[in-house]
Ligand binder design. Structure first.
Ligand SMILES: *Cc1c(COP(=O)(O)O)cnc(C)c1O
Length: 381
């Protein structure tokens, strides 16, 4: 028998969450599949999603190359853009959309010598409205826009920015970032009116600022383009207790991390288990050993009490997570035996519960799932 740990990936759930993002956002939605498709498998997710989406996005050129090598068609945005001339030539050849966030990237574009077969580029001009990571200051937006727009190799320029606090929609920083973005939008629109070749309706300035949290709970941020990441994978990043638009439905779970018990043990009161021997049983009883550990990406910081489903019963993890195994309490699961099915996260145990218990976020758990865990796709590719 092969090791029973598997990540079951429901590709149709990702498509249905994408549709929900489109309904909520109203405009076009970029499906963000960076970091190995949030752990779901870059190429499999890309191939399955591409016929359904307006565009895909990854963080790096390397990820984009992997997708194009697997013949994933359509618009594909590289969120960090390119770092040198060779990368720009590759991006051009692969017909990628690029974020431009720094002066050196503008210089690369200006100095670029076209090659036969080059495409014209869609650029995403990034404005730093308060995240403090990448992008030009809003008061440079118009000038930068003009410089990029005037290049022969450029097909379109989309104004973009990113929120720091969208998961807490009521925070003042969101309104400030939006106001700052809108100032940049106004400055560019004013300039566009006077720019040769940009007159008329067809040149309405394309904009993009919303991530999943803003798609779900910050309607003022919805623009021509919106960028959905974590929500595609069934996880809602917005803090609890925030009002949602009436059309909001619950997101579909896209991944079940499942395994089985590979040992069942009896124990006496007072005995301990695992590294550090820091979990002591308060009664005689039974516990199980599950094939899954931090070497698979299950968080080592998930302590005793983290929920786990065993044989359809919600029980708890006990003791320290090891590299390849973890232990579960079987006091409420009398029917459990070797081979009994275990859900670490999925439909019954949400990945956010596990993340909360480990002091982290679903993003980190999804992207931290290691190579060692086979991904099984439903429906089969
Ligand atoms: C990762 C990323 C997203 C997606 O964010 P989610 O919170 O997962 O929706 C959107 N925009 C940018 C620039 C990103 O880097």
């Amino acid at each position: 028998m092969t090791r029973p740990l598997q990540a079951i990936v429901k590709l149709d759930a990702i498509v249905s969450n994408y549709r929900q993002a489109k309904t909520l956002a109203g405009g076009a939605v970029v499906a963000v599949i960076k970091a190995n498709g949030y752990g779901h498998g870059l190429v499999n997710v890309g191939l399955h999603l591409s016929p359904h989406v307006d565009a895909l996005a990854v963080a790096t050129l390397e990820e984009a190359i992997e997708l194009r090598t697997a013949n994933v068609p359509g618009r594909l945005l590289v969120l960090e853009g390119v770092f040198d001339a060779e990368a720009l030539a590759t991006a051009n050849r692969l017909d990628l959309d690029l974020v431009v966030h720094s002066d050196y990237q503008v210089a690369l574009l200006q100095e670029y010598q076209p090659n036969a077969g080059d495409s014209t580029l869609n650029l995403w001009l990034k404005i730093d409205t308060g995240m403090g990571r990448l992008g030009f200051s809003p008061d440079r937006a118009a000038q930068q826009y003009k410089e990029l727009f005037s290049l022969d190799m450029v097909k379109s320029v989309i104004l973009t920015s990113h929120f720091a606090c969208a998961d807490e929609p009521d925070r003042e920083e969101n309104a400030q970032q939006l106001a700052s973005f809108d100032r940049a939008v106004n400055a560019v629109e004013k300039l566009l009116k006077d720019l040769p070749g940009a007159e008329g309706e067809a040149f309405a300035l394309q904009q993009s600022i919303a991530n999943s949290a803003a798609i779900l709970a910050l309607p003022a941020a919805h623009r021509h383009w919106n960028r959905a990441g974590i929500m595609l994978y069934g996880s809602d990043p917005v803090v609890r207790g925030v009002d949602r638009p009436a059309e909001t439905q619950s997101l579909a779970c896209s991944m079940t991390l499942q395994s089985r018990l590979i040992a069942v043990r009896s124990v006496h009161k007072g005995e301990s288990i695992g590294y550090g021997a820091d979990f002591h049983f308060e009664e005689d009883g039974r516990y199980g050993i599950v094939a899954c550990g931090y070497g698979d990406g299950y968080p080592r910081h998930a302590g005793t009490g983290t929920p786990v489903m065993v044989g359809g019963v919600r029980t708890r993890l006990i003791g320290r997570v090891s590299m390849d195994m973890l232990a579960v309490d079987l006091s409420k699961v009398p029917h459990a035996e070797v081979g009994t099915e275990v859900e670490l996260w999925g439909n019954e145990i949400s990945i956010s519960e596990v993340a909360d218990c480990a002091g982290t976020i679903p993003y980190e758990l999804f992207t931290g799932l290691t190579q060692r865990v086979p991904r099984v796709y439903l429906p089969a590719e």
